[in-house]
Design a protein around this ligand. Structure first.
Ligand code: GLA
Length: 410
């Protein structure tokens, strides 16, 4: 081969390589955006753990799906029904994971079919360790096999825990399951449940769509247990600094909801739900939907608050004013709107008399209280309560909130 031929050959090879690189690059970025779009807004659903622990079975799951529809929760945006720990009992001789035949006599596929027939989606639970937190078989060493099995069953969401992790590197362990899910042939949302130990917000984007940031929630307003439980305020304080990491397709998971489980007052549950919405946190109800009382129902289906959580901008609120135990949080919304939440952490009423003009609620986005006038809508009273041109007065109950939506006045 003379020099000219070598040159032509090299040119062809290099341009072919560049085209292949471009092709694979495009494929990869399509895959990445498909992955993020699986949870373009924070996932909403129900999870069995907070109320039922290990007492999960087919009847409970089906009845919960029915209740999600009859209660109006599906209509309000909830879609995932997630079976947490204890559905699994062992593996067969080929290593396939087996659902408890006593509690799930018809298997997971038939349950998934039922849930899909109602227009809802099924979530399941496993663990990056060899055992789950309740000592059931985990996925370590079986990641790809389990992901294929979930896809075959029609699973839409996987919560993946961190017990018995045997000193693995968390990022590597979660990436392995993420790769397995991406290869399984079915879109499955990946919920990283590593309790915030290795700062998953720093590596979780693109690995999962949401990541837990704390130890397990307890049904209390402010409580920290040395064995690892945390209350609503404890979680809020952890999330306060994590706003740069949240956005469409990648969310800080503030933990599942306790609304309706009885450990907090009505005002505390309103605070819990309002702040989860402000934090753009996934909204996973954790109560018994079949027998929920009127007030829990009103909280969980407050569409105006849910709209703040699900806003397409995907911004997490910032705590921009911290006057001791009286705080003001703000969350920029699409179309130049803003959600503001006055959080009264004290044990006394906060008699608010708020001069919007004196404050600097300013975000680099389009919101500037000094240049524009905004209407103010109380998202719990469902009514307009004035504009930013005058003071806002309110008696905010102990441990309660005033949550409002500001819209540019036309
Ligand atoms: C861990 C998780 C909980 C729950 C239990 C189940 O504690 O953080 O959310 O899934 O395991 O055993």
């Amino acid at each position: 081969m003379d020099k000219k031929h070598i040159f032509v050959l090299a040119f062809c090879l290099l341009s072919g390589l560049a085209k292949a690189q471009m092709f694979f690059g495009e494929q990869k970025s399509k895959q990445d955006s498909a992955f993020l779009s699986l949870a373009a807004t924070p996932p909403m659903g129900w999870n069995s753990w907070n109320k039922f622990g290990c007492n999960v079975n087919e009847a409970l799951l089906k009845e919960t799906a029915d209740a999600m529809i009859s209660s109006g929760m599906k209509e309000a945006g909830y879609q995932y029904i997630v079976i947490d720990d204890c559905w699994q009992v062992g593996r067969d001789e080929k290593g396939n994971i087996i659902a408890d035949p006593k509690n799930f006599p018809n298997g997971i596929k038939s349950l998934a079919d039922y849930i899909h027939s109602k227009g809802l989606k099924l979530g399941i639970y496993s663990c990056a360790g060899s055992l789950t937190c309740q000592g059931k078989p985990g996925s370590r060493g079986y990641q790809f096999q389990d992901a294929r099995q979930y896809a075959e069953w029609g699973v839409d969401y996987l919560k993946y825990d961190w017990c018995s992790n045997e000193g693995q590197n968390a990022e590597a362990a979660y990436r392995t399951m993420s790769d397995a899910l991406k290869a399984c042939g079915r879109p499955i949302v990946f919920s990283i449940c590593e309790w915030g130990e290795s700062q998953p917000w720093k590596w979780g984007k693109g690995v999962g769509q949401l990541w837990r940031t704390t130890a397990d929630i307890r049904d209390c307003y402010r409580c920290k247990f040395d064995w690892g439980g945390v209350g609503v305020l404890d979680i809020i304080d952890v999330l306060a600094d994590l706003y740069p990491y949240a956005g469409p397709g990648h969310w800080n998971d503030a933990e599942m909801l306790e609304v309706g489980n009885g450990g907090m007052t009505h005002d505390e549950y309103i605070t819990h739900f309002s702040m989860w919405a402000m934090l753009a946190a996934p909204l996973m109800a954790g109560n018994d939907l079949r027998s929920m009382d009127k007030t829990s129902h009103e909280i969980l289906t407050n569409k105006e608050v849910i709209a703040v959580d699900q806003d397409s901008l995907g911004e997490q609120a910032r705590r921009f004013m911290d006057m001791g135990e009286q705080e003001i949080w703000a969350k920029p919304l699409a179309n130049g709107e803003l959600a503001v939440c006055f959080l009264n952490r004290t044990d006394n009423v906060w008699n608010l008399n708020y001069d919007w003009k004196k404050q600097t609620i300013y975000f680099a986005t389009q919101v500037n209280i000094h240049k524009k006038e905004y209407t103010i809508r109380d998202l719990w009273k469902h009514k307009y309560i004035g504009t930013t041109a005058s003071f806002t007065k309110a008696a905010i109950p102990a441990h309660g909130v005033l949550m409002v939506r500001l819209s540019p006045k036309r």
